[in-house]
Structures are given as C-alpha cells and as structure tokens.
Design a protein around this ligand. Structure first.
Ligand code: KIV
Ligand code: ZN
Length: 523
C-alpha cells in the first residue's frame, strides 16, 4: 500500500545525471557528478537518478559514490529488466539511506515488434519477474513501460496493474520519443487512473522528452490529471532534444497555483539559477539566452513601454521575480585586494568545494583576473572554480601563448605547453588566430582533433567580461567537450582545446591516436 501522506506534493525526480548525461556532447567526470548531486540535494529534489550502473564501471562508481555521500534525496539507479542489470544497480545504490531501483522495459507495439521481438505476454512476464527480483534487494522499486505514450492503452493499463501487484511503488509513464501532445498525454494519465484498479498503491510519475518542444507542457498536463511525480533535468538536458526542464515545471506550478489545485514541490527555488549555471558549466552545454527561467534574457526587459510599466508597477510585465530563482542583481563580490580567506568563503557560499591546493591555484587565477578586470562577479568565480574541478589531471597546461594576426597578415601562433616539468614549444600558421593556436597544440601533443562545435559567450556584462569558449572536438571516433574562459578569447580557445585533450587522455582511449612528433623542448 502506498503510504504517501501528502498527495498534493509533487515529487521532483531529477535525472540530470542519467538522462541528462545522455545529451550528445554532455560528459561529466566522477567529481563533477558528485558536485552536481550535492547541489541537487541543496535544491531540494526528492529523487536523484544518479546513473545507469551496468552501462560502465565509471557509471557504477558514480552512482555508488552519490549513494554513499549525498544525504537527503532518494538515490535511484537505472536497470533494464534483466537480473544482471538489477543486481548491479542494487549494489550501486545500496549505500544510500533511501535507495531505489528503477527498472524499465519497452511496451509499445513498435518496440515489441522490432526491438524486443516479444509478444505482449512475454513483456508482461519479464516486467513482473524483474520487479519481484528487484524487490529482493530494495523495497523502493520503480517500473517504466518505455514508450508508454505509443503503447496500446489497454496493454498499458494491464502492465501497470501487474507491475503494482508485483511490488512497484512508483510507476513512470514515459513519452520516450516526445511524440505526445498535452491534451492527449493528460487523457492517457486520466485513463490509467480510471482503468487501473490498484493505481492508488503507487505514485504515478511522468517522463517527457522534448522532441516536439512539448516536454514541459505534457508533464504539466499529466499533473493536472493525477500524476504526482515528474521526471526532469536541469536546463532540460537529455537524450536528443532533451527532457522536461525542472526549473520550468517548478516555476509553472508555483506561478499558477490556480491551475494545479494548489500542489507544491520541495524545491528551494532560490537555488535554481546557481544549479542551472553549475550544470551548464560542468556539462559544457550552454543555456540559450532566451531559455525560460534561466536564460540570460529571461528577466531582461528591453522595450521602453515595458520598462515604463515595470517602474510603475512590477506585476505589469513580471510574473516571477528574478530573486525567486536566486538571481541577485547586487552580486558584485570581490576585487584584487580580496584575500584568500574572502575568496574561499565566497566559493563556499556559491556551493563550491575545492581542495586546499585547488583553492590556492584558483586564487592565483582570480588575482590575475582581478588585475585585468574591474569587477569580478560570482559567475567569474564559478568559472574559475569549475575549471579547477573539471581537469582530472592537468596532463598539458598552457604555459605561454603569442598570436600575431591582422587584416593583411598570416595568423601565426607560438605556444608553450607544460607537461609535467617539461615545457614544449612550437609554432604554426592558420586560417585565423584560433586555427593557428589549435594547430600548434596539435603539433605539440601529437594528437589531432577535429573541431565539431565552437561557441563563444560573454560570461558577465562589460567590454572587459571574460569570454567563455565551449567546444566539442572529435579525436578519431572519440568526442570530447570542454569549456574555458579568459578575458582573451584566443587564450580561452586554446585552454578549452587543451582541456579536451586532457579529458581524452584521462579516458584512456588516446594511445592509438597519437602521432610521433618531434618536440622542441624549452628550458
Ligand atoms: O525516455 C525514457 O523512456 C527513459 C526510460 C528509461 C524511463 O529514459
Ligand atoms: Zn528518457
């Protein structure tokens, strides 16, 4: 029997570290996953889906570490409906105070016929057996009929009932391919409530993908029809076009209580902006400027008539206040006279934990930045700290960069890179200064990368703002992404590229990509 006391509370199930990490180009190392999980706990999510333990030893380790260290939320791991997956998942989530096994199996005709080649009866049997097997390890078991929105409603109702009878405490209804539209998806949830006699014994979650841009709308329609759990990700990250964005769902419910029967969430909305920035920085996935709630323009009023209205009465054009999601306009923090103590204190305030030697290294970067830049904002500090955290081992460090370019000049770069105690120097020409710098780095490291994506964004306001370069680089078949920032955008490009090289090397797949090169050592 479902013992949930408050049926008006929406359970926020965050899958940034699982479905979100499946976003093409978003990759997180172990430490970054832990950092995000701790921030999700501060944000107040109810469930963290920390990964897919059987997928790789790295995934297993990350789920295990989150289960061991993150206090507060339920820690879930994903498993297909097989004993091997479930046992591995159970082992990974075991250290959590409240572990959950989330097992899934596709139910739609299209998946049954082409992917699984199984009849309805076989799918039903496998789901029930898997749930019962998972219950041996953990009392909290969630079942997802994958591609539920394209499953025949009668079969969906049948399998949901059987799953609850088998012991599933949460049933998740995924719109796996983002195919549903809100009225249809809402009706599907209502139909399940009508047809499934034991539905009151489980929580009904929904998990919507954004292929038609409707993930949030579908999730909200599901809530209006009885769903009490929403699976979502920070910034809407996820497979293909992503998942429903946590921040949009939470703020919609909060802003329009009149339409959602007064349901609430446990989300500390003032943590939203910080969480969004952290996830964007660590995954290397930029947030579009006009993204709802967390985009840079979300609270920027440009039109004169709007500004006039706002000055007279805020509610004329503002349905939410920036401070509600933790945007503080008076966030100017440190300057070049700030000491290590103030610097470390500010990092802690921002929810960033660095080791002592990393703080020292980050502090040196901060001082250099404060020398160049008049105002140092929280965003600048987050960026410096992120770069400390995301470099698992600095195999290569940029030591010196000189670029010569101009309208009628051949862009040329001279680069010195530090590898352990050795400094290696080389030079090359390119189509532009970035091309020249990256080609020189290729010559030094002996690893040739192909730039797939490159974007540049100002981190804060002002002409002296740091430019943040995000890039995705292919090294043979391996694709790596990274970000770096500097007041000099060529330097930011070179450091982002080196960061990709470092990430590649730590992924251990680089050995066959290296070409022997003649290096010029420098004293
Ligand atoms: O999109 C989906 O169906 C999923 C399931 C594993 C829940 O991610
Ligand atoms: Zn999904």
């Amino acid at each position: 029997m479902n013992t949930r006391k408050n049926k008006n509370r929406i359970i926020i199930f965050d899958t940034t570290l699982r479905d979100g990490e499946q976003s093409p180009g978003a990759s997180l190392n172990h430490r970054e996953k832990l950092e995000i999980a701790q921030q999700l706990a501060r944000l107040g999510v109810d469930v963290i889906e920390a990964g897919f333990p059987i997928a790789s030893p790295g995934d297993f380790e990350a789920v295990h570490a989150v289960a061991e260290t993150v206090k507060g939320p339920i820690i879930a791991g994903l498993a297909r409906c097989t004993e091997a997956d479930i046992a591995r998942c159970a082992e990974a989530v075991a250290p959590a105070k409240r572990p959950r096994i989330h097992t899934f199996l596709a139910t739609s005709a299209i998946h049954r016929k082409y992917k699984l080649r199984k009849a309805r009866s076989e799918i039903l049997k496998q789901a029930v057996a898997s749930i019962k097997y998972a219950k041996k390890f953990c009392k909290d078991v969630q079942f997802s009929p994958e591609d539920a929105s394209r499953t025949e409603p009668d079969f969906l109702a049948e399998i949901v009932k059987a799953a609850i009878d088998a012991g599933a405490t949460t049933i998740n209804i995924p719109d796996t391919v983002g195919y549903a539209i809100p009225s249809e998806f809402g009706t599907l949830i209502a139909t399940l409530f009508e047809r499934v006699s034991n539905i009151g014994d489980a929580i009904i979650n929904v998990h919507c993908h954004n292929d038609l841009g409707l993930a949030v709308a579908n999730s909200l329609a599901a809530i209006q029809n009885g769903a009490r759990g929403v699976e979502c990700t920070i910034n809407g990250l996820g497979e293909r076009a992503g998942n429903a964005a946590l921040e949009e769902i939470v703020m919609a419910i909060r802003t329009r209580p009149d339409l959602f029967g007064g349901v609430t969430t446990n989300i500390q909305t003032k943590q939203i902006s910080k969480t969004s920035k952290m996830v964007s920085r660590l995954t290397g996935m930029p947030v579009q400027r006009n993204k709802a709630i967390v985009g840079a323009n979300a609270f920027a009023h440009e039109a004169g008539v709007h500004q006039d209205g706002l000055l007279k009465e805020r509610s004329t054009y503002e349905i939410m206040r920036p401070e509600d999601i933790g945007i503080d306009s008076a966030e100017l923090v440190l300057g070049k006279h700030s000491g290590r103590h103030a610097f470390a204190h500010q990092l802690t305030k921002l929810g960033i934990s660095l080791k002592t030697d990393e703080i020292e290294h980050a502090y040196q970067r901060f001082i250099k930045l404060a020398d160049k830049k008049k105002h140092v904002y929280d965003d600048d500090l987050m960026l410096i700290a992120k770069e400390e955290m995301s470099e698992p081992s600095h195999v290569y460090l940029l030591h010196y960069l000189h670029v010569s370019t101009g309208t009628n000049a051949v862009p040329t770069a001279t680069v010195k890179i530090k590898k352990n105690k050795e400094v290696i120097q080389d030079a090359a020409c390119g189509d532009g200064p970035v091309d020249a710098a990256l080609k020189t780095i290729d010559r030094i490291t002996g690893i040739e990368g192909r730039l797939l994506d490159y974007s540049l964004q100002a981190v804060t306001i002002g002409k002296d703002a740091m430019g943040e370069v995000s890039m995705r680089v292919a090294f043979g078949k391996e694709i790596v992404s990274a970000k770096a920032a500097s007041t000099d955008i060529i330097e930011a490009s070179a450091r982002a590229y080196l960061s990709c090289v470092n990430r590649l090397m730590s992924s251990k797949k680089f050995t066959n990509l290296r070409k022997p090169v003649k290096k010029k050592k420098v004293k």
